[in-house]
Ligand binder design. Structure first.
Ligand SMILES: Cc1cc2nc3c(=O)[nH]c(=O)nc-3n(C[C@H](O)[C@H](O)[C@H](O)COP(=O)(O)OP(=O)(O)OC[C@H]3O[C@@H](n4cnc5c(N)ncnc54)[C@H](O)[C@@H]3O)c2cc1C
Length: 254
């Protein structure tokens, strides 16, 4: 996992009272905070890791960056005239490098600047409720500070990947969505448990980068949306990548 850079890591806010205290500076927390500030409220946002949360560093953004090269190649391959220009295989190192840029090299300075511009105060640390509309914040250095919200506390703490109860799985230290979206190499073989959006996206991306992927999906692919979507993903990932000299990887779906 790459090193994380959290700007102003022990910066407690100047005030101990805000109209709204938001716990968690992911996409949801940032939007709640922004709307409240635009409505004239004073807002403190508390973040224990990186401002921007999962979406910016381990989810939406890096996953789309990993998918992009394969998507462009497939689009070009579908067009007679353009197809002939595809003479090599995807450059996995370059794809991972571009992904690093899209994930801002796991440095949240840009998002912190956005908070400042939006007029949202930031406290670094782990927050917990400590009474009615009262939040205790513990910074990375162990120091503590309590703040009070005059209107409300918004809990926007997101979620983590669930580890299915499979014997030996946890001991094998599998990647979760975090490790795969920040992967520093393309594994030769990859088993993905779960045929939901994340499983399908990562199977598609790593197949296009040359991994031999086995996708284990007990309820089919994309079971929560219309059947044609899962069928299209299955048909696409089973097909060989379009590059003329590219790897012959494909996805086995079980
Ligand atoms: C691989 C992948 C791809 C995805 N692609 C898309 C996509 O393309 N489009 C889309 O809409 N969605 C996508 N999602 C889903 C999307 O990432 C989530 O819905 C979104 O990140 C949730 O945002 P959030 O703010 O609720 O939570 P998070 O982003 O998890 O933010 C919560 C924040 O709270 C902080 N926090 C937690 N506890 C505390 C505490 N006690 N004190 C202080 N801070 C705390 C955490 O550090 C974190 O920064 C994807 C998800 C994955 C895994």
């Amino acid at each position: 996992m790459p090193a994380l850079t959290a700007t102003a890591a022990t910066d407690f806010p100047p005030s101990d009272t805000y109209d709204l205290v938001v716990i968690g500076a992911g996409a949801v927390g940032e939007n709640v905070a922004d709307r409240a500030v635009q409505g004239g409220l004073s807002v403190l946002i508390v973040e224990s890791e990186l401002v921007g949360g999962e979406c910016s560093y381990w989810a939406c953004m890096p996953s789309k960056a990993l998918l992009r090269a394969g998507s462009v190649l497939r689009a070009a391959h579908a067009v007679a005239g353009a197809r002939a220009a595809i003479t090599g295989s995807p450059d996995a190192r370059a794809v991972l490098g571009r992904r690093d840029e899209v994930a801002a090299h796991w440095d949240d300075a840009g998002q912190v600047r956005w908070l400042q511009k939006a007029g949202i105060a930031l406290a670094r640390g782990t927050a917990r409720l400590d009474g009615e509309r009262r939040v205790a914040i513990t910074a990375a250095d162990g120091s503590m500070r309590a703040v009070t919200a005059t209107h409300a506390v918004a809990i926007c703490t997101g979620s983590r990947a669930a580890m299915p109860p499979i014997d030996g799985l946890a001991a094998a230290r599998p990647w979760t969505s975090r490790e795969i979206t920040s992967a520093e190499h393309v594994p030769a073989r990859l088993a993905i448990i779960g045929g939901g959006v994340v499983g399908c996206e990562m199977a598609t991306a790593f197949t296009s980068l040359g991994s031999r992927v086995t996708l284990l999906a007990r309820s089919g692919l994309l079971a929560e949306v219309e059947p044609f979507a899962g069928e299209a993903v299955a048909a696409r990932t089973k097909r060989k990548p379009p590059a003329a000299n590219g790897p012959t990887a494909s996805t086995d779906i079980n």
